[in-house]
Design a protein around this ligand. Sequence first.
Ligand code: NOJ
Length: 570
Amino acid sequence: MSFLENKWWKQAIGYQIYLRSFYDTNGDGIGDINGIIEKLDYLKDLGVDLLWICPFYKSPMDDNGYDVSDFYDISPEYGTLEDAKRLIKEAHKRGIRIIADLVMNQTSDEHEWFMESRKSLDNPYRDYYIWQKGKIVDGKEVEPTNWASFFGGSCWQKDDITGEYYMKIFSKKMPDLNWANEAVRKSMFVMAKFWLDLGIDGFRVDAVAHIARSKTFEDSTMDSNEKYKPDWRKFSNLPKLHDYLKEFNHEVLSKYDVMTVGEVGGGAMPKEAIEYAGLNRDELNMVFNFDHNWCNNVWDLKDPNEKVVTNLPHLKDMFDKWQTNLYGNAWHPIYWLNHDQPRVMSQYGNVEKRILSGSMLATALYFMWGTPFIYQGEEIGMTNYPFKTIEDFNDVSVKNSYHIACVEGNQDKDRFIGFTAHRSRDNARTPMQWKNAPYAGFSSAKPWFHENPNYTSINVEDEQNNPDSLLNYYKKVLKLRKDPTYIDTFIFGDYEQVLREHPSVYAYLRSYEDDILVVTNFFDDVQTVSIEGLEVEVLLLSNYKNTVPTLKHLVLRPYESFVLKVKKTI
Ligand code: NOJ
């Protein structure tokens, strides 16, 4: 396949739905599939034509559905298989495709494979999971290795029935599948086919970077003070997984016109992304990385009340790294946040100037090349939640870390909560704010997770009624991205950063059939810049009421942003 070959997923505009928090239609306080069906017209009107829906399978919900106990059924609180079929049909009727979250790295400990596997050393399902004996150190049994889990503590859990340990790189209720076992791979492929045959248009492949692990279970020699070493290389981006993905592609994906986006997370570099998604690699179509998600001081705060400040030079470098290295080599998704990150409005925006800063952020991102994924609520500028106590959180990883740090350890509880409030994935998981009504209009009953109190001023209904709202600006952005005159440039144009050294302004040029310049002021003060060699032909979009600007002397008001068709003059 050539980079410039037109595929539906290169043109698509994606929207991620965290089902549990999207819209509840049956009054149990939990979002459901019928809730998505009811909001399809809203999504169509916004301009999206691809939905990524977080896991809807049967699950004990230890990690809100990433712990699957039955891959072939829908969790009852979300609906039924019939609802899922109706959703696919109704979405397709509106020209909207759907990708499911494919959870292949682990199951729930309540999945029948694991319940069998743990029964005895010779159970036929034993080898579906990764079991090891403990190690004896100084006469005492310890975990097989000193590797950490992403959710805190060890990545091994002792099981009393056989006295061995199973691997779990997330929570203890999420045992890792053993992809080295052919029977596991075949079972996953059959399951993927089941959903594709139902009409699903592809997958976001969860935690795909981890499906192969180091074959030798040796301690990490990483230099760190922690008891369990965060040595993710032991189970991330290992070469063997590419054989598995090629097999998956050959046996399943290649037989359908579908798209796949893998989650490869923090560790992967563009070179590795090209191994997953490169042209003619026959693995995945694109992969998510997290490089641009943390370009501020939230991990370096000395005090939880310190101001969060965007590190724009860092953010620019991250965008450059992916936009330039992948161009021509592998397709790429573009997104601000997902259900595992804080709200972008709180990360890089300005809550006090929500519409201006939110429209700037949308402009800065959604004219890059790649397939956009908007996260629910981003289009109205939803913000982080004001967490105050550990009880306010839901996330199993926060609870584990709190226990280790503040119950077993002696970290100050208030400071832990203060820092975690900035960083927690729970920020993205509060109910969608549909209107200024009880429970933010998300449900008629008390929601499973508290709504952000600012729903009174940040909600879809108010945004729909205000022509100058952030929601209406998002619609303009997405409409322009699909404008037949410019669509080829937006999809296939290359990317070149302009004003590279500027500390406050982010600007880039997209060139293909046309030249399109995007200029954004990331901060709350006025910037004056001069851009040489380009002349404005058409003002395509701006977040202020504007006339055609002059690039030689461009005065940018707080958060001011432009999309301009330009002509090269030299
Ligand atoms: C990545 C998912 O996005 C996250 O929410 C989940 O906790 C882990 N994978 C485990 O499946």
